[in-house]
Design a protein around this ligand. Structure first.
Ligand code: ADP
Ligand code: MG
Length: 734
């Protein structure tokens, strides 16, 4: 038989042929190399792996041996086999047809229960398979103790995959070429690629399988990190940033704008940012910090530094409301300053002022600009844009982040995210960014107590909340974002939020209810009330006489502004709202939050929502109302698990980790393409240490050999090209 190569088409492997090759193709397997990377979904103890000498009475086992003697009498049959070291007697009281065919010299695999007869071991009524003696025994007989069980698909049966893999692996060499430089394999204690592939399919034991998995996962992660390192390097080269000076005088003047001293954590992040801004190299930095940790203040400092250097800065927010909020808080800090600033609004309201504002931006008569995606429209031309701050970056998707480049000046780039990103994601999906962390919150914040409660207690919750509101507290009541009150266009902005932060944003039109865990609930059409309906219920019932506002994505910006400012000033004691409050809204006096249908939201989204309370010095209460099935409340379902995580901790990093474990990276990031190739082996949920090692190695490789031109990197280079398949112009541009 001709040796199989990695690029041999699967149809030419013995036992496959053109028809079965089509079944393989449906599973994405076209070549021998593809099949070697089609990994088992689990493992089972191997049949035939046990030497006869190791058999134990009472156990079920399978052995392989050559028939040395057969004796039959009165329908019963004795067959002795030997594996070269030891003998075993097979006994049939009633000879089966298969057993009757056994002849001396045949190689046979026998499986059954091991018993003791006299002083020797026997197998009674075993199943037997005759193995052809002129072919090598299955590789598993050569010592594998575990065999893979493969995912199939309709036509492609796991057994066919298994057999085909065996046909490939009985060859003396695994048809694959090394990808990793030998030095790395050695230093990181990995298996060579061929050994790792063999061990993934036919491990001798669980440790070997684990080592194989680790080796192949490392390879994947190294390639991803190489991609990041190359992209980072390219950004650094092309986007040589403007040098921004920070004198003690400038620093003093900026700090004087804030009515509080910055915290240690804020100062730490600022030191890193300022170092970037004055370096002359373009900054691409992720500023991570929990809700309310004080990121906006840090970002504003950076903007003011740009302005002090007579350059322009822009802050981009994911929704109109958040852009407004940013602008308002900036107004607060900048009252009386000479910084020329504007809110660039989208929609009809924005159109009137827009022309003037745009002209001012282009003439350089505007210093600081706040807005939504409207900021990156083509007609916005900056005279000298030095810094772009993007809030809630992961809700935009990665691709958008380069669109500012080339828009007048070469802006530095600061990305703020309030949903802490698990380390592995920060290192991979956002791996081309530097990361600054703000841990903890400004001093003097109250605690947030979180309670999960079933929908049946809704009335009690409202009654209890009423007592606290009458005692002077302010409350949010959050409803799922549904209903006719919201015209279509409002979904555009809020849809960004929904799309990225959870699979759970219900978009019900009329009656079709979607369960948050993704499964449509057949026949169980549940009543989900709109914010408007809940507002009516409250103001006519449990909260009659209280001043309750209504806020949702369908309001005109002026209406929204009014509701928010009335809530801020305390004129409104409560607001019923949709998830428009999820991001950024800052009303420190609000200490009560009730989330209806909490089971419909993702973890990160609930964490964001909850971040709207606990911003002042008083303790806050967050009540998560779970209207899922009864079982969901007793525990065990993903919704109940999510809510339990929130009740347990307010630490955003813990929540992000839990979210990653529960949902996996794809869901966590939303359905958008994040430029992250599919990982077959590595797990971003569990391979944190391995990701770190791979990142360290990848960045070192690119630092030493930015074009991967060294022959020892040739294999990496072509594997990288395969992995990113044209999605990143990385290496070709490098
Ligand atoms: P984030 O953007 O991370 O959610 P913000 O920057 O909006 O946080 O700050 C949240 C709240 O904390 C705001 O009301 C802000 O005025 C306040 N704050 C920020 N930094 C400090 C500080 N160093 N000391 C006291 N309060 C602060
Ligand atoms: Mg903020």
């Amino acid at each position: 038989m001709q040796a199989l190569r990695a690029d041999t088409e699967i149809q030419f492997v013995r036992g496959v042929g053109p028809r079965r090759a089509e079944w393989f193709a449906k599973a994405g397997v076209r070549t021998v190399g593809d099949l070697l990377e089609y990994f088992p979904s689990r493992y089972e103890p191997a049949q035939g792996g046990v030497p006869i000498g190791e058999l134990r009475p009472g156990a079920h086992a399978a052995v392989i041996g050559d028939v040395i003697r057969t004796r039959g009498r009165d329908g019963s049959l004795l067959v002795d086999i030997s594996d070269g070291m030891d003998d075993l007697r097979l006994r049939w009281f009633q000879a089966t047809r298969a057993a009757g065919l056994l002849k001396r010299g045949m190689r046979v695999c026998a499986s059954g229960r091991v018993t003791v007869f006299g002083d020797r071991l026997e197998m009674v009524q075993p199943d037997t398979t005759v193995l052809s003696p002129d072919e090598p025994p299955p590789a598993l007989a050569a010592g594998a103790k575990l065999i893979g069980v493969y995912p199939g698909n309709g036509l492609l049966k796991p057994a066919l995959v298994r057999r085909t893999i065996e046909t490939i692996l009985v060859q003396p060499h695994v048809p694959t070429a090394a990808v990793l430089p030998a030095e790395l394999v050695k230093r990181r204690g990995l298996l060579a690629r061929d050994a790792a592939l063999r061990a993934m399919h036919e491990p001798r034991n669980a440790e070997e399988q684990a080592q194989a998995r680790r080796s192949l996962a490392y390879e994947e992660l190294l390639l991803v990190e190489l991609g990041m390192a190359l992209r980072r390097r390219r950004l650094g080269e092309t986007a040589a940033g403007q040098k921004l000076l920070c004198t003690p005088e400038i620093d003093r003047r900026i700090r004087a704008r804030f009515p509080f001293p910055l915290t240690k954590a804020q100062d730490g992040a600022l030191r890193e940012i300022v170092r970037d801004l004055r370096s002359g190299r373009g900054m691409t930095r992720l500023l991570q910090g929990d809700v309310g940790s004080g990121k906006t203040v840090v970002a504003l400092y950076a903007c003011l530094l740009a302005v002090a250097n007579r350059k322009q800065a822009a802050i981009m927010a994911p929704t109109e409301i958040l852009a407004q909020q940013h602008f308002q808080s900036i107004e607060k800090y900048l009252a009386g300053s000479r910084v020329r600033r504007a809110l660039l609004r989208g929609g009809a309201a924005g159109r009137r002022e827009r022309g003037e504002t745009l002209a001012a931006i282009e003439r350089g008569e505007m210093d600081l600009l706040v807005g939504t995606q409207a900021l990156i429209q083509k007609d916005v031309i900056f005279a000298d844009l030095a810094l772009v701050v993007v809030d809630e970056q992961h809700k935009f998707g990665v691709l958008q982040r380069h669109e500012f480049r080339g828009k007048g000046g070469r802006p530095h780039y600061l990305v703020m995210t309030a949903t802490p990103i698990p380390r592995t994601l920060a290192m991979t999906v956002f791996g081309d960014l530097d990361v600054s962390l703000i841990r903890g919150s400004p001093p003097g914040r109250g605690r947030i107590v979180t309670r999960v409660t079933p929908g049946s207690r809704w009335t009690d919750v409202l009654k209890f909340a009423r007592g606290r509101i009458e005692a002077g507290e302010q409350a949010y009541v959050v409803c799922p974002q549904i209903g006719e009150e919201e015209p279509k266009e409002s979904h555009a902005a809020d849809g960004e939020v929904a799309g990225a932060s959870g699979p759970t944003e219900p978009r019900r039109r009329s009656g079709a209810s979607r369960e948050s865990d993704g499964g449509a609930r057949a026949g169980a059409r549940r009543e989900v009330r709109t914010a408007l309906e809940v507002w009516r219920e409250l103001t006519e019932g449990a909260w009659k006489g209280l001043r309750v506002g209504l806020l949702h994505g369908g309001l005109k910006p002026e209406q929204t502004r009014r509701v928010l400012s009335e809530f801020s000033s305390g004129e409104l004691q409560a607001i019923v709202c949709t998830t428009v409050v999820e991001v950024g809204i800052d009303v420190p006096a609000a200490t009560l939050m009730i989330v209806d249908h909490a089971e419909r939201y993702g973890l990160s989204q609930l964490h964001q929502l909850r971040g709207r309370v606990g911003r002042g010095s008083r303790d806050s209460l967050c009540v998560l109302v779970n209207r899922g099935q009864a079982a969901a409340i007793e525990g065990g379902t993903p919704a109940a698990e999510r809510l339990a995580v929130l009740a347990r901790t307010t630490n955003g990093f813990e929540i992000a980790e839990a979210d990653l474990q529960l949902r996996g990276p794809g869901q966590l990031l939303g359905t958008r393409q994040h430029g992250l190739p599919e990982l077959r082996v590595a797990s971003l949920a569990t391979d944190e240490e391995l990701t770190e090692q791979a990142r360290e190695d990848a960045f070192a490789i690119v630092a030493a050999d930015p074009r991967l031109a060294d022959p020892v990197h040739a294999a990496l280079r072509s594997a990288l090209r395969r992995m990113f398949a044209g999605r990143l112009a990385l290496i070709d541009a490098a």
